[in-house]
Design a protein around this ligand. Structure first.
Ligand SMILES: [Cu+2]
Length: 489
């Protein structure tokens, strides 16, 4: 695996000394509290250029594309069962769409260009309207020319609150991203569409932000209970995070409640697109500081956030006990494995693979008209990856498979490449099956990180009719062949 590009020296210095103080997001801010809401109750969000100080307050702002010109975009917050109503106005110079990542919503609202809707032209708008079926931490992001649009900042968080408030003292959102910036602080646009990135680990930035800030200071009081909502909004970076000196319980993954379990040594790993909700007992003494870091490269780390303890008295005499599990969402309780539809979805291609070399040889050595590599991999056409034996960018071609509504689907996902992949399924959450086929992990996922030469088997009930994508959430892999769709009829 190639090493991550190094974070700049300045960024390291900033991370260790010049933290930006930022208030944690207040809980239960309603989505109507900021921005425009039309007379018909639609929250108006404009996809437009903006400028954000990604490198700290003392350096110049970076031109970005963002929802309402900000990164992350406006926080949307509804209660489970309430409607999300967003009128997306496209003030960009190119088309766009919005995908609601992890939401089990009606197909027409899924925001996949040409598959569920036509792209929203510049100057036009599209109304997204759906009921939020599950409480949890979700996000919304562009799904059009995603490498450039997501890489420029078109994403935001969507929090769906539980029917009854969860017993925490502080609810903090951390949206993580990495940026590839020039010395002057501009987004490196020349490298969008880089074939090298696409054929390797995807576009990795060298500059890490949380909520677009250089570092997030989270104020806490002794014996508080915190909920941390982590979202990995990077195009391709897998984020290995560690919270020091605290016991953290994983409460939810990819929006869905899990059986609570300890984050071992305070560690949690998020592939691109993934979310994790932690509950942390703040048990240090007043005035203490505890780092939350990104581990990368060979033993290097970078400060993401800090818990900064108030010097005053504890909030309560002793910390609260272990948290209760979050209330369940209405997910399928059982799956029919006997009658399941089973399908092989191998991942192939990429740099160092025989298939891609075959494609390069085929065209390069034998001249035009020669057959591309197996599975349609054709580097000359910008296709470096294949899923289930074919190379597609999503909506094109026939469905990978069709199943009747209600059928259990079991997919085997062997990663036959030299890189990890974060496989994302739209419209459904799935179970990660145990190796021995005798059970599943105590959580649900919508995106599963599969290491090189490993495989994962997943199962879900295809209970949501429509045309749904399955793709790698390393965006540059998706855009160069690692995508397909299936249909629930
Ligand atoms: Cu991938």
């Amino acid at each position: 695996m190639p090493s991550s590009p190094l974070v700049t020296r300045r960024r390291m210095l900033a991370g260790s000394g010049l933290a930006v103080v930022a208030a944690a997001l207040p809980p239960r801010r309603t989505h109507a509290a900021s921005g425009d809401t039309g007379p018909d109750g639609f929250r108006i969000i404009r996809a437009r250029p903006g400028a954000v100080k990604l490198r700290g307050p003392e350096l110049s702002a970076t031109p970005i594309w963002g929802y309402d010109g900000t990164v992350p975009g406006p926080l949307l917050r509804v209660k489970r069962g309430q409607e999300v109503k967003v009128r997306l106005v496209n003030d960009l110079s190119e088309p766009t769409v919005v995908h609601w990542h992890g939401l089990r919503l009606p197909n027409a609202m899924d925001g996949v260009p040409h598959l569920t809707q036509e792209p929203i032209a510049p100057g036009r708008s599209f109304d997204y309207r759906f009921v939020a079926p599950d409480a949890g931490t979700f996000w919304y992001h562009t799904h059009f020319r995603s490498s450039g649009q997501l890489g420029r900042g078109l994403y935001g968080a969507l929090i769906v609150d539980e029917p009854e408030p969860v017993a925490v003292d502080r609810d903090v959102l951390l949206v993580l991203d990495d940026w590839r910036l020039s010395e002057a602080g501009a987004i490196d646009e020349a490298s969008f569409g880089s074939a090298h990135d696409a054929a390797h680990a995807g576009r990795l930035g060298q500059y890490l932000t949380v909520n677009s800030l250089d570092t997030l200071d989270i104020p806490v009081r002794t014996n508080e209970r915190l909920r941390l909502r982590l979202i990995n909004a990077a195009n391709a970076r897998v984020m290995a995070l560690r919270l020091d000196r605290h016991r953290a319980k994983i409460m939810a993954i990819d929006g869905q409640p899990s059986e609570p379990f300890d984050a071992r040594d305070g560690r949690v790993t998020l592939g691109p697109g993934a979310r994790t909700d932690l509950i942390v007992a703040a048990t240090l003494e007043g005035g203490a500081k505890a780092p939350f870091v990104l581990e990368y490269g060979r033993g290097q780390e970078l400060l993401v956030a800090r818990l900064v303890y108030d010097a005053g008295p504890p909030l309560r005499p002793a910390p609260l006990g272990p948290p209760q599990p979050l209330p369940p969402n209405p997910l399928p309780e059982r799956m029919d494995f006997v009658g399941a539809f089973r399908f092989e979805v191998p991942m192939d291609g990429g740099a160092m693979s025989a298939m891609m070399m075959g494609g390069m040889m085929g065209r390069g050595m034998m001249g035009p008209g020669a057959a591309p590599g197996a599975g349609g991999i054709d580097p000359r056409a910008g296709l470096f990856w294949a899923l289930a034996g074919r190379s597609s960018t999503g909506h094109d071609g026939a469905p990978l498979f069709q199943v009747k509504r209600g059928r259990t689907v079991v997919l085997n996902l062997p990663n036959r490449t030299a890189f990890p992949h974060a496989m994302h399924i739209h419209g459904h959450h799935f179970r990660l099956l145990d190796r021995l086929d005798d059970g599943w992990k105590p959580y649900w996922l919508d995106t599963v990180l599969i290491q090189r030469e490993q495989s994962a088997r997943i199962a879900f009930v295809a209970d949501n009719p429509g045309k749904w994508l399955i793709h790698c959430h390393m965006i540059e892999h998706m855009e160069t062949g690692m995508a397909a769709w299936f249909e629930v009829t």
